[in-house]
Design a protein around this ligand. Structure first.
Ligand code: SR1
Ligand code: MG
Length: 415
């Protein structure tokens, strides 16, 4: 970690910085650039909440990323969020790096006054969603993401941690504002449109009304999943583990953006990964014209999901036996019962995440970039239909093959 220089006063009290301020900040506060005569700064954030600055020394090409938060979201939603969320995020990244070294960006500096932190510039990586949208897949992804999930999640549970220390962490990372966003956007609005803000394709309105808003049995199961999300303080989650929160290259991944982190059900992270791979599958299904290319891409995604569930289960069981300290959790058979409940939460989350990216206010490019409206509506029906199945029958999903089969059956039904 580099030092934050004791300041001249300008950065001793929080204010929202712009590009010019950030250049000044780098000169005065960051002990990172040897030469500060030719620094260039660009705001490159494309998320809804924060500001992300890339600072480059044009003389040496040395660079870093500075992430900074304001009380207002940049999406001008009117929503106010805790301003220290980047401080929390930075601490989570440091913790994740302790449990799973090298799988998150390197942190250079944290400034708890200015609510910003500096980290490694990963411009030589690609955001995984962007890569998938270009029909690019990575054979190392299943292995890397399952290592990241098992190694960062299990050690933070009551299985492994001293229970008082675990409760201290639950309190420290309570994250009420960001959890409220997920409670509304993932678990509530898609199933009732209570705020009347859901964005739905015009040609899908009747389908959504009939198959989602009018389905009380679906609403009951989503309510159960919501209360599990709010009350099952199982592990310190990433909390928003979709393909836009992962940088990837030919050998590695770097997971970032854990600002939604809190103590919740492990299956929430695992389910988000699988759901977002299925959203990428959906994009390929609707847009790739060459039949061979399409079959190949879909198969790669399907294989990835199968590998993720298989590797997650075996790494989870191994890590459990290595990490378990609780005397009762050591009982024969408890480990498989625990894993089974994680898989049930995983399946529920796969359904929730797929549906909320179609019916809600936070859609993803995998769906919105499908230009042919008929094809888009068709794939939305496939995802909603299979998503409901993953929610309603979540206790039955224990293998990746089952997840893939349900998705493909839904595709057959609407072909
Ligand atoms: C208001 S934030 C909308 C969504 O973006 C984040 O990445 C989370 O997924 C959130 O639900
Ligand atoms: Mg994000």
């Amino acid at each position: 970690m580099i030092d934050v220089h004791a300041g001249s006063g300008r950065f001793d009290k929080y204010f929202l910085m712009d590009e010019n301020d950030v250049v000044q900040y780098a000169k005065e506060k960051l002990n990172f650039f040897e030469d500060t005569t030719n620094l260039e700064c660009k705001e490159i954030g494309d998320g809804n909440l924060n500001y992300v600055f890339r600072i480059v020394d044009k003389n040496s090409n040395k660079s870093l990323i500075l992430k900074h938060s304001s009380e207002d979201t940049r999406a001008k939603s009117g929503r106010k969020l805790n301003i220290d969320r980047n401080v929390v995020e930075c601490k989570i990244l440091q913790l994740q790096n302790k449990y799973c070294p090298g799988f998150v960006p390197e942190i250079y500096m944290l400034d708890e006054v200015m609510n910003c932190y500096a980290m490694e510039d990963l411009s030589n990586y690609t955001i995984m969603r962007t890569a998938l949208l270009k029909n690019k897949t990575y054979s190392h992804f299943a292995d890397n993401i399952t290592t990241f999930m098992v190694d960062t999640l299990l050690p933070t549970t009551d299985i492994a941690l001293n229970h008082k220390e675990k409760k201290r962490l639950v309190k420290e990372y309570i994250n009420t504002d960001l959890c409220e966003i997920s409670e509304q956007l993932v678990f509530t609005e898609p199933f009732g449109n209570f705020d009347k803000e859901n964005i739905v394709l015009h040609s899908m309105e009747d389908f959504v009304q009939q198959n989602i808003y009018n389905d009380n049995s679906l609403r009951v199961e989503c309510a159960k999943l919501k209360f599990n999300f709010m009350n099952n303080a199982q592990a310190l989650l990433h909390g928003d583990l979709h393909t836009g929160s992962i940088f990837i290259n030919e050998d590695k991944i770097k997971v970032f953006d854990p600002e939604f982190a809190f103590y919740g059900p492990i299956g929430y992270d695992v389910g988000n990964i699988i759901a977002n791979l299925f959203l990428a599958w959906a994009h390929g299904y609707a847009t790739i014209e060459n039949e061979n290319e399409k079959a190949n891409y879909l198969l790669n995604i399907e294989k990835c999901v199968v590998d993720i569930v298989r590797m997650f289960k075996s790494k989870f069981m191994k890590k459990f036996s290595e990490e378990v300290t609780d005397l009762m959790a050591k009982s024969d058979g408890f480990d498989s019962w625990y894993l089974k409940s994680v898989l049930e939460d995983t399946s529920g989350t796969v359904g929730l995440e797929m549906i909320r990216r179609i019916v809600g206010i936070a859609p993803v490019a995998d769906i919105t970039s499908i230009e042919d409206e008929e094809k888009r509506a068709n794939i939305e029906k496939i995802l909603i239909f299979s998503g409901k199945e993953f929610i309603l029958n979540r206790s039955q999903y224990t293998t990746g093959e089952q997840f893939v089969e349900t998705l493909k059956n839904a595709a057959q039904r609407f072909s």
